[in-house]
Design a protein around this ligand. Structure first.
Ligand code: SF4
Length: 507
């Protein structure tokens, strides 16, 4: 056993009561935690929230600004010598400019007040981190430079359910440390392995979960659930395991937690974790009673609606019978966005059949009902409206996908390409949409067109702010490409490896 492990202390998870978004109360709670864990920010200190979406339509999807302000103030309180940088950084949901999400979450006035540096990870240089662990999906992974060079990383997720991954706490929040080009790679049936691999980049010194108003049911459009807590700790897996215990979930049933556990990132059993604070685990569990969570397959999700979904298995690598990290879940999120934006969505939708993966069953589409095959891996052969239809796979194996050649998805480009596909197929009953994954945005655009729904991207209340953030993002991307340093900067090492722990239990 390496010497450093002999002195490694047991992870501590702190459960604190916090009924409202009171900045000073949150500051006190986080400062107490930093003292308990004997932590002092230093060097380049970077705080990553979950700001996947924000604003009028997504009020409960992100880490609240008051929470972040309390965290930053506590970090300043515990700083012993001047920091090289105190920064906020994130990549919001795919195709949504991070500037737009930060604006909607009211992060900018707070950042200005506290003198923070703000990193939009979709506008910063991405650097290569080599991976060497045996079970990796790829030999290297790309992350924004501010993440690669952070000395003191603080992860501030939102406590939420996730219909594709059961929960999204601390480890899953790492999906937002990649820009869209790299985030979309392996965002499929092997998503959990990707989340595990990202753990090797670096581990947070502090985790502080915004569990004051938690989000139940979904990831982008969760229902608010008052939990009235802040959950903190110094080991990411231990924090997530205790968060699972609060919801009555066995952490080993959450695949990315199981994989991280098997890779040695920490314990999941409660007797290997010191759980302290002014809320007992039993009280936390009582507070969480009735919290809606769980994986929901797409066929079940749409039961009772005019959309009928069918899902066959994704490609066989990884041995999955369903693509939990890709297209089917994106359709679930898309319909919720549209329902929020247009209450008549379900009434307006015509009967439509949507197919994913290698589906082999019947598709009982009546005359006039359209059938949409979504995703590169989709295959099907059979009779539709009296004609033989054969859909073949266009799936490209991940070993042939080079991250350096990955293209940045562009929302306006997606609008044009989705329109093109649907325009070409306007008189057809069978529509094919390719991609791996087909993103939430593309599903939204397709449903808008199929159902004659209102397009949320053209919402008059949002279009100016969205377009302005988009133009800023793209302008900076161009400037960075022309004047920035080379894309692939050597010299950044994976540092998460050092956080792996040789826990014996159950390994
Ligand atoms: S095409 Fe979609 S469903 Fe198929 S593997 Fe890719 S993400 Fe999964």
């Amino acid at each position: 056993m390496a010497l450093r492990y002999l002195f490694m202390r047991r992870p501590t998870v702190i459960l604190r009561r916090c009924e409202t978004y009171d900045v000073q109360a949150i500051r006190g709670i986080v400062r107490d935690a930093l003292e308990t864990l004997d932590l002092h920010p230093h060097g380049r200190t970077l705080v990553k929230p979950n700001c996947v979406a924000s604003g009028h339509y997504f009020p409960d999807a992100h880490t609240r600004v008051e929470f972040l302000e309390g965290v930053f103030l506590a970090l300043q309180d515990r700083t012993r010598e001047p920091l090289e940088e105190l920064a906020l950084g994130e990549r919001s949901g795919i195709t949504m400019p991070t500037r737009y999400a930060f604006e909607g979450a009211h992060y900018y006035p707070m950042a200005k007040r506290l003198g923070l540096t703000v990193h939009h990870f979709d506008e910063t240089q991405q650097v290569e981190i080599k991976l060497t662990h045996e079970e990796r999906l790829r030999d290297s992974i790309y992350v924004p430079e501010p993440v690669a060079r952070a000395d003191f990383f603080v992860n501030c997720p939102k406590f939420k359910a996730h219909p594709w991954t059961t929960v999204t706490f601390s480890m899953k929040n790492y999906i937002g440390i990649q820009d869209d080009r790299h985030r979309l790679i392996d965002h499929d049936h092997r998503l959990h392995e990707k989340v595990r691999d990202l753990q090797f980049v670096l581990q947070p010194r502090l985790v502080a979960i915004d569990a004051i108003t938690a989000g139940e049911g979904r990831m982008l459009t969760p229902k608010p659930f008052h939990l009235g807590m802040v959950i903190l700790g110094d080991n990411q897996l231990a924090v997530d395991a205790v968060s699972c215990a609060i919801l009555g979930i066995d952490p080993l049933t959450v695949e990315h937690l199981r994989l991280a556990y098997e890779s040695g990132f920490g314990p999941v059993k409660l007797d290997a974790i010191d759980v302290v604070g002014d809320v007992s685990l039993e009280e936390a569990q009582r507070r969480a009673e009735g919290f809606e969570k769980g994986l929901i397959r797409v066929e079940k999700y749409f039961q009772g609606t005019k959309i009928r979904a069918y899902a066959g298995p994704p490609p066989s690598d990884g041995g999955h019978d369903y693509c939990w990290g890709g297209c089917p879940g994106a359709l679930e999120e898309a319909i919720e966005i549209l329902r929020m934006y247009d209450k008549a969505t379900d009434d307006k939708m015509p009967p439509v059949h949507i197919v994913f993966g290698a589906y082999e069953g019947e598709i009982p589409a009546k005359n006039g009902e359209r059938v949409v095959f979504i995703g590169d891996c989709t295959t099907w052969k059979g009779d539709l409206h009296g004609k033989l239809v054969e859909i073949t796979s266009t799936y490209v194996d991940r070993s042939k996908k080079n991250p350096l050649e990955a293209k940045r998805p562009d929302i306006f480009g997606k609008m044009i390409s989705t329109e093109k596909v649907l325009w070409k197929a306007r008189t057809e009953d069978v529509i094919r949409m390719t991609g791996c994954p087909v993103s939430v945005a593309e599903h939204v655009l397709a449903l808008v067109r199929l159902g004659g729904l209102k397009n949320p991207y053209f919402d008059p209340a949002e279009i100016f702010a969205f377009t302005s953030a988009y133009v800023s993002q793209r302008t900076r991307n161009v400037i960075q490409r022309i004047f920035g340093k080379s894309y692939n900067v050597p010299g950044f090492d994976a540092r998460g490896e050092a956080s792996r722990m040789p826990f014996e239990e159950g390994r």
